[in-house]
Ligand binder design. Structure first.
Ligand code: 4NP
Length: 155
Protein backbone atom coordinates (compact mmCIF):
# COMPACT_ATOMS: atom_id res chain seq x y z
CA UNK A 1 0.00 0.00 0.00
CA UNK A 2 1.33 3.45 -0.97
CA UNK A 3 -0.08 6.39 0.97
CA UNK A 4 -0.28 9.97 -0.27
CA UNK A 5 -0.94 13.14 1.72
CA UNK A 6 -1.98 16.25 -0.24
CA UNK A 7 -1.19 19.52 1.55
CA UNK A 8 -2.27 23.14 1.06
CA UNK A 9 -2.67 26.09 3.43
CA UNK A 10 -6.20 25.82 4.80
CA UNK A 11 -7.12 22.23 3.79
CA UNK A 12 -10.48 23.48 2.51
CA UNK A 13 -9.95 24.43 -1.17
CA UNK A 14 -7.12 22.65 -2.96
CA UNK A 15 -5.87 19.65 -0.99
CA UNK A 16 -9.24 18.01 -0.11
CA UNK A 17 -10.10 18.20 -3.81
CA UNK A 18 -6.71 16.77 -4.82
CA UNK A 19 -7.31 13.89 -2.39
CA UNK A 20 -10.78 13.16 -3.80
CA UNK A 21 -9.72 13.40 -7.45
CA UNK A 22 -6.67 11.20 -6.86
CA UNK A 23 -8.88 8.56 -5.20
CA UNK A 24 -11.38 8.82 -8.06
CA UNK A 25 -8.62 7.94 -10.54
CA UNK A 26 -7.43 5.17 -8.23
CA UNK A 27 -10.93 3.69 -8.02
CA UNK A 28 -11.54 3.97 -11.76
CA UNK A 29 -8.46 1.82 -12.27
CA UNK A 30 -9.44 -0.66 -9.54
CA UNK A 31 -6.33 0.21 -7.57
CA UNK A 32 -7.89 0.92 -4.18
CA UNK A 33 -5.95 -1.99 -2.72
CA UNK A 34 -2.70 -0.25 -3.67
CA UNK A 35 -3.20 3.45 -2.86
CA UNK A 36 -4.65 5.47 -0.01
CA UNK A 37 -4.88 9.24 0.35
CA UNK A 38 -5.56 11.99 2.87
CA UNK A 39 -5.11 15.77 2.99
CA UNK A 40 -4.02 18.41 5.48
CA UNK A 41 -3.29 22.14 5.80
CA UNK A 42 -0.14 23.83 7.05
CA UNK A 43 -2.38 26.40 8.83
CA UNK A 44 -5.01 25.79 11.50
CA UNK A 45 -7.65 28.32 10.44
CA UNK A 46 -10.35 25.83 9.46
CA UNK A 47 -9.85 22.74 11.61
CA UNK A 48 -12.77 20.31 11.49
CA UNK A 49 -14.54 22.13 8.66
CA UNK A 50 -15.76 20.53 5.46
CA UNK A 51 -14.17 21.78 2.22
CA UNK A 52 -15.14 25.27 1.05
CA UNK A 53 -18.71 25.42 -0.32
CA UNK A 54 -17.43 26.57 -3.73
CA UNK A 55 -14.92 23.68 -3.94
CA UNK A 56 -17.66 21.20 -3.02
CA UNK A 57 -20.14 22.63 -5.55
CA UNK A 58 -17.55 22.45 -8.35
CA UNK A 59 -16.50 18.91 -7.35
CA UNK A 60 -20.10 17.75 -7.58
CA UNK A 61 -20.76 19.56 -10.85
CA UNK A 62 -17.60 18.57 -12.73
CA UNK A 63 -16.63 15.21 -11.23
CA UNK A 64 -19.74 14.01 -9.38
CA UNK A 65 -17.73 13.93 -6.15
CA UNK A 66 -19.16 14.48 -2.69
CA UNK A 67 -16.31 15.84 -0.54
CA UNK A 68 -16.55 14.67 3.08
CA UNK A 69 -13.01 15.37 4.33
CA UNK A 70 -12.77 17.53 7.46
CA UNK A 71 -9.83 19.91 7.69
CA UNK A 72 -6.88 18.94 9.82
CA UNK A 73 -3.44 20.42 10.32
CA UNK A 74 -0.25 18.92 8.89
CA UNK A 75 1.94 17.41 11.61
CA UNK A 76 5.53 16.15 11.85
CA UNK A 77 4.30 12.61 12.33
CA UNK A 78 2.86 12.70 8.77
CA UNK A 79 6.47 12.35 7.58
CA UNK A 80 6.61 8.96 9.25
CA UNK A 81 3.26 7.55 8.15
CA UNK A 82 2.95 8.63 4.49
CA UNK A 83 5.03 7.55 1.49
CA UNK A 84 4.39 10.81 -0.38
CA UNK A 85 3.52 14.34 0.68
CA UNK A 86 2.34 16.48 -2.23
CA UNK A 87 2.39 20.26 -1.67
CA UNK A 88 0.02 22.53 -3.60
CA UNK A 89 2.52 25.40 -3.79
CA UNK A 90 6.09 26.33 -2.95
CA UNK A 91 5.21 28.10 0.30
CA UNK A 92 3.42 24.97 1.53
CA UNK A 93 6.44 22.94 0.39
CA UNK A 94 8.83 25.13 2.38
CA UNK A 95 6.64 25.09 5.49
CA UNK A 96 6.39 21.30 5.28
CA UNK A 97 10.18 20.97 4.95
CA UNK A 98 10.69 23.06 8.11
CA UNK A 99 8.97 20.28 10.07
CA UNK A 100 10.88 17.40 8.48
CA UNK A 101 12.33 15.02 11.11
CA UNK A 102 15.61 13.13 10.62
CA UNK A 103 13.82 9.81 10.30
CA UNK A 104 11.29 11.03 7.70
CA UNK A 105 9.98 8.35 5.38
CA UNK A 106 7.87 10.51 3.07
CA UNK A 107 9.11 11.97 -0.18
CA UNK A 108 7.91 15.58 -0.55
CA UNK A 109 6.75 16.66 -4.00
CA UNK A 110 5.12 19.64 -5.73
CA UNK A 111 1.69 19.00 -7.32
CA UNK A 112 2.27 21.31 -10.27
CA UNK A 113 5.24 19.23 -11.34
CA UNK A 114 2.65 16.79 -12.74
CA UNK A 115 0.81 19.32 -14.93
CA UNK A 116 0.62 18.08 -18.55
CA UNK A 117 0.91 21.60 -19.96
CA UNK A 118 3.39 23.45 -17.75
CA UNK A 119 5.72 21.62 -15.42
CA UNK A 120 7.70 24.53 -14.02
CA UNK A 121 4.96 26.52 -12.38
CA UNK A 122 5.20 26.54 -8.60
CA UNK A 123 1.58 26.62 -7.63
CA UNK A 124 -1.89 25.32 -7.90
CA UNK A 125 -3.22 28.87 -7.44
CA UNK A 126 -5.14 29.44 -4.22
CA UNK A 127 -8.76 30.14 -5.27
CA UNK A 128 -9.94 31.21 -1.78
CA UNK A 129 -10.19 34.92 -2.63
CA UNK A 130 -11.14 34.23 -6.25
CA UNK A 131 -14.33 33.70 -8.24
CA UNK A 132 -16.14 30.68 -9.69
CA UNK A 133 -13.86 30.67 -12.71
CA UNK A 134 -10.82 30.31 -10.42
CA UNK A 135 -12.41 27.33 -8.68
CA UNK A 136 -13.16 25.76 -12.05
CA UNK A 137 -9.58 26.24 -13.27
CA UNK A 138 -8.18 24.72 -10.07
CA UNK A 139 -10.50 21.75 -10.48
CA UNK A 140 -9.30 21.03 -14.03
CA UNK A 141 -5.67 21.55 -13.03
CA UNK A 142 -5.94 19.16 -10.09
CA UNK A 143 -7.80 16.58 -12.16
CA UNK A 144 -4.94 16.60 -14.65
CA UNK A 145 -2.12 16.68 -12.07
CA UNK A 146 -3.54 13.89 -9.89
CA UNK A 147 -4.10 11.70 -12.96
CA UNK A 148 -0.49 12.17 -14.10
CA UNK A 149 0.84 11.68 -10.60
CA UNK A 150 -0.98 8.33 -10.31
CA UNK A 151 0.34 7.33 -13.72
CA UNK A 152 3.87 7.96 -12.51
CA UNK A 153 3.30 6.00 -9.28
CA UNK A 154 2.01 3.04 -11.27
CA UNK A 155 5.11 3.27 -13.48
P1 4NP B 1 -6.53 26.24 0.58
O1 4NP B 1 -7.17 27.71 0.45
O2 4NP B 1 -5.14 26.43 1.13
O3 4NP B 1 -6.51 25.75 -0.82
O4 4NP B 1 -7.44 25.47 1.49
C1 4NP B 1 -7.25 28.60 1.52
C2 4NP B 1 -8.28 28.50 2.42
C3 4NP B 1 -8.39 29.40 3.46
C4 4NP B 1 -7.48 30.42 3.59
C5 4NP B 1 -6.44 30.53 2.69
C6 4NP B 1 -6.32 29.62 1.66
N1 4NP B 1 -7.61 31.36 4.64
O5 4NP B 1 -6.83 32.33 4.67
O6 4NP B 1 -8.50 31.21 5.49
Amino acid sequence: MQSVLFVCLGNICRSPLAEALFLKHVNEQNLAYKFSADSAGTAAYHLGELADKRTRAMALKLSNLNLTHKARQFKTNDFLTFNFIVAMDKTNFQNIMKLKPENAKAKVLLMRHYDSMIQNEDAIPDPYYGNENDFEKVHHMLNDCTKNFLKELIG
